[in-house]
Design a protein around this ligand. Sequence first.
Ligand code: 13P
Ligand code: ZN
Length: 277
Amino acid sequence: MKNILEAPSLIEMVRTITNMYAHGWDERNGGNISVLLDEAKVSEYVDVNAVIRDIPTGFEAPSLEGKYFLVTGAGKYFKNVRYDPACNLGLVRLAGGGRTAQLLWGFTGGDRFTSEFPAHMMSHAARLSVDPASRVVMHCHPANLLAMTYVHDLDERAFTRTLWRMCTECVVVFPDGVNVLPWMLCGTNKIGEATAERIKTARLVVWAQHGIYGAGRDLDETFGLIETAEKAAEIYMKTAHLPRINTITDDQMRRLAEHFKVTPREGFLENKSSSAV
Ligand code: 13P
Ligand code: ZN
């Protein structure tokens, strides 16, 4: 067996978590990540028949049966992960239709996966149904996106259009836009189901007054999505109280989309030749 601490996916997970903390997105135990791993890769590092313990999940996810996830632990501080990955992270395989997570490595302090495991697993199932290459679900608490949910209309089209107009490349990076959930109790199956439903049509889902979920094909893509939306929210929060003299028009966004070969979310841009803000 190879040393799992040298596995590229574990190293990348730890680096990403450390970077998220450095960005100020994950105060205390804020935030969580789960990454879907291939069985062939996993079996190079752990004995997939040696289950350490079974952890009940409290939900069903039949489409994820037998799938392997590297996931952050409940109550774990992102700033500490790099010093003790085995305590702060766990590698689990879903069994029993998703009702059980079989621990194969990690959570050495006897802990369990993030309290947001339902939102993570249900979001993986939802994203895989629309993009079989999807691998990552990431949650964190970036300050400007959060601040924006206190002062901006939570309508998904309006929220997306504001972000798109804050930096030229936003419409290129997240043409699918941003979906938004109203405040809900976190750590529940209910918010998990709601997140999964919204993450089907956009890889970013804002949790009002809480944070954001991102989904992508790898850690870099997912981090980059959140990073770009958070930068846009920062520009918004820096300018929202000032007179708006210039803007990015819908025609300009359409030209960007054409040039970079992306398709902005249907109906989110105004009709041609309109410069509505
Ligand atoms: P966990 O420590 O359980 O991952 O919770 C952090 C969080 O951000 C809850 O939404
Ligand atoms: Zn949170």
